[in-house]
Design a protein around this ligand. Structure first.
Ligand code: PBG
Length: 334
């Protein structure tokens, strides 16, 4: 801790004006010379929602600019993102049908699997990540199978592993488990390795909090729980020591990257991730964080572009290497 010498007098005449920090802010050229944090389009991961081809392309009401896409439109969106400088997409799927165990998630011709194959053919340089979770695929909307009115951890693991292997077989570069079951990273790593998919990486949603900021996403992914909430598996927003423990476990289990989610109310957790671990740290700038900016900007209450830049810079400054954000293409194109 630095000690700052205490000045005896506070009168204007005695102010020490040999130190003038404003010199470094005088022009935009100087400001950019001394800028400490820069967000690059390559730091961003663009989330995309895929629906079956039988459905229309629909814009999410609470997320202007974000759509439920059919496979061909996901390919167009991916190409648009790549042309803008974005190098990774993260896919979420809405299936044709839901059941209690989310079995449509490992259908080799499901929307996510089809999208991965189509993207890899059309835009092969793009890194394709796929979210692994059951909530979009179960009729009850929970992230695992239900036993006695709660999510059964151990019964869920093989299902998540099946889904992950299916996405990897379709060509995903990374799978990203977002379910928050204990032991899922080890289960998925083991299943990928058994299937000789040793090159496929795991971006683990390690410190994922039970958050009100996911509201708009659940409209987009049609994944709201039909009873109860996710507090028995997602983390209590009050806990940072537990967040570090979760990250530690995921790393021990074989995660290649760790993630903190949401981002804005958890910048201290992002900083702790950066200081405690050497792996790449991702932060998820989630749906509610996006929607608040869009809504306020649409009302003329804030400058949306300026606030977007400030938010993404703050997440990077806190210590994130990668940012998953619905703003990715807007940012890269501004
Ligand atoms: C699936 C999942 C969620 C998000 C990412 N993966 C929703 C949830 O946990 O309810 C949220 C992403 C966002 O809000 O943008 N479990």
């Amino acid at each position: 801790m630095r000690t700052i010498p205490k000045s005896e007098s506070r009168s204007i005449e005695q102010a020490d004006l040999t130190r003038r920090p404003r010199r470094l802010r005088r022009t935009e050229a100087i400001r950019s010379l001394v800028r400490e944090t820069v967000v690059r389009p390559e730091d961003l991961i663009y989330p995309l929602f895929v629906v079956p081809d039988s459905r229309p392309r629909v814009e999410i009401r609470s997320m202007p600019g974000v759509w439920q896409n059919r496979v061909r439109e996901v390919v167009d969106e991916t190409r648009r993102a790549y042309d803008a400088g974005i190098r990774a997409v993260l896919l979420f799927g809405i299936p044709e049908f839901k059941d209690p165990i989310g079995s449509s998630s490992w259908d080799p011709s499901g929307p996510v699997q089809s999208a991965i194959e189509a993207i890899k053919k059309a835009v092969p340089q793009m890194t394709v990540m796929a979210d692994v979770c059951l909530c979009e695929y179960t009729d009850h909307g929970h992230c695992g199978v239900i036993e006695n009115n709660d999510v059964d951890n151990d019964a869920t693991l093989p299902l998540l592993a099946k889904q992950a292997v299916s996405y990897a077989n379709a060509g995903a570069d990374f799978v990203a488990p977002s379910d928050m079951m204990d032991g899922r990273v080890a289960a998925i790593r083991g299943a990928l390795d058994d299937a000789h998919l040793t090159e496929v990486g795991i971006m683990a949603y390690s410190a994922k909090f039970a958050s009100g900021f996911y509201g708009p996403f659940r409209e987009a992914a049609e994944s709201a729980p039909q009873f109860g909430d996710r507090r028995t598996y997602q983390m209590d927003p009050a806990n940072i020591r537990e967040a570090i423990r979760e990250m530690e476990l995921d790393i021990e289990e074989g995660a290649d990257m760790i993630m903190v989610k949401p981002a804005l109310s958890y910048l201290d957790v992002i900083r702790a991730a950066r200081e405690n671990f050497d792996l790449p740290v991702a932060a998820y700038n989630v749906s509610g964080e996006y929607s608040m900016v869009k809504a306020a900007a649409a009302n003329g209450w804030i400058d949306g572009t300026r606030v977007m830049n400030e938010i993404l810079t703050s997440i990077k400054r806190a210590g994130a290497d990668l940012i998953i954000t619905y703003f990715a293409v807007d940012f890269a194109r501004q």
